[in-house]
Design a protein around this ligand. Structure first.
Ligand code: ZN
Length: 192
């Protein structure tokens, strides 16, 4: 079966028992939002106990507080009433394994998938690549804990984010499934 067929078959059985989820309201019932990484090992619905309709989940590479993530968070509270937010990064994040410079070099060389070895990513493609990568801030991570604090702090001081919303910062441990406290995150995200 192709991936497309697998996805559509899974959707068929999901829709067959959809039940009263058809009655869910648009605003998230439990009034909170999670910004987290797109890493395939993380399932926010399971690690945070969410059912359909419960919460907003915003995902990108790294779970970074990009302008676009903040756009979603602002819509989340201003139009849909969330009142508490979580920033959840994780251990062993791929965003720690490269820099802007590396990513730009890989993409300038080819558009094929790079290979991750003991010395980081290297390009094995034939090219051509593109220099467009020079114009993107890839929001890579140098220090996992510091990145959580930085993102919580960036959201906290954003002029469109009201002080009443507490912002919690955690690192999800991919070996245990636990949300681990990050020193400094509670202070950076405290409601004020
Ligand atoms: Zn990640």
């Amino acid at each position: 079966m192709s991936i497309r067929d697998e996805v559509l078959a899974a959707n068929d059985s999901y829709a067959a028992s959809f039940g009263d989820k058809s009655q869910l309201a648009l605003p998230p019932a439990r009034g909170f939002a999670i910004l987290t990484c797109m890493d395939a090992r993380l399932d926010p619905a399971r690690y945070a106990g969410l059912a359909e309709g419960d919460a907003h989940v915003i995902r990108n590479a790294g779970g970074r507080a990009s302008d676009d993530a903040i756009r979603s968070l602002v819509i989340s509270y201003k139009l849909l009433g969330t009142a508490e937010w979580f920033v959840v990064h994780h251990t062993d994040c791929g965003m720690e394994f490269f820099t802007d410079e590396v990513m730009r070099g890989l993409l300038a060389s080819s558009l094929d998938t790079a290979v991750l070895g003991p010395d980081g990513f290297s390009d094995v493609g034939a090219g051509p690549g593109s220099a467009e990568a020079d114009f993107i801030d890839w929001l890579t991570i140098r220090d996992a804990e510091q990145a959580v604090v930085d993102d919580v702090a960036r959201i906290r001081r954003h002029p469109l984010v009201p002080g009443r919303i507490p912002i919690h910062g955690y690192l999800y441990d991919v070996r245990t499934g636990r949300l681990v406290d990050v020193p400094g995150a509670a202070e950076a995200g405290r409601a004020r």
